[in-house]
Ligand binder design. Structure first.
Ligand code: ZN
Length: 253
């Protein structure tokens, strides 16, 4: 299956940043959005991805850097595409309340076409066709899920942020991993304190999981260059690359 991946944002929170987490995965013309950081609708439009093509949003957790673009996206999408294209939002407990209370405060009714599914660890949600997503429980400061996307084949595309490194047995079969690499190993104490991963740990995870490609993601703005994080991850795993905003990949999965 041909899978297009576009990074809409790849950084951690910073004042004025236009690089908040969001990844658009397109299969068969339908877009599955992974997280919806601030500004996500502008970036979709800039890449020529019509908002009505976004039919699924998989939310990892309810920290603002991952969801502050969601309300504007839903609102604009509803105003421009009406009720014709349904939207399923998958996320942890609290996702439905966040949406309901936001819409209520804004005197906005998204209509019947917006549906929310709150998941628990290892729930699998059938999205469309042969595309399905499994929620992987992560180790972060609040309830957080990564997602394993499967497109009908034997191997998965895995989105694993924000988290400490998992037991890699849980990530076997992840051909491609987008992994939390908020910190360098020199800041391991901060990674442990704030429940994130280092680039070195991401490299080790990808290596032990038997992956073919690793994209370093959710990188702290404290680092002016990302190339040394790549070098760090490559101590364990050669096919490691730092994701950048607007980077695109085409995969066969
Ligand atoms: Zn985050």
């Amino acid at each position: 299956m041909r899978v297009s991946v576009a990074f809409l944002g790849t950084g951690g929170p910073e004042a004025g940043s236009d690089d908040m987490p969001a990844v658009a995965v397109t299969v068969g013309g339908t877009v599955v959005l992974l997280d919806a950081g601030e500004g996500v609708q502008h970036k979709l439009v800039r890449l020529g991805i019509g908002l009505s093509r976004v039919r699924y949003v998989l939310v990892t957790h309810l920290h603002g850097d991952h969801v502050l673009g969601l309300i504007p996206l839903i609102q604009t999408r509803a105003l421009t595409s009406g009720d014709s294209q349904s939207l399923l939002i998958v996320g942890p407990s609290g996702t439905a309340r966040y949406l309901r209370e936001s819409f209520s405060s804004l005197f906005f009714n998204p209509g019947e076409s917006v549906e929310v599914r709150e998941v628990r660890g290892w729930d699998t949600v059938e999205l469309y066709g042969r595309v399905r997503a499994t929620a992987v429980p992560l180790e972060h400061s609040i309830e957080t899920y990564g997602y394993r996307l499967n497109f009908g084949g034997g191997e998965d595309f895995c989105y694993i942020t924000d988290t400490r490194p998992l037991n890699t047995e849980l990530l076997r079969g992840c051909l491609v991993i987008i992994h939390d690499s908020t910190f360098s190993w020199i800041d391991l104490d901060k990674a442990e304190e704030f429940k994130h991963s280092t680039a070195l740990e991401a490299g080790r995870v990808a290596s032990e999981a038997g992956s073919k490609l690793l994209l370093l993601y959710h990188i702290s703005p404290r680092y002016s260059s990302r190339s040394f994080l790549e070098a760090e991850a490559r101590r364990f795993f050669r096919q490691a690359y730092a994701a950048e905003k607007y980077m695109k990949l085409v995969l066969e999965l």
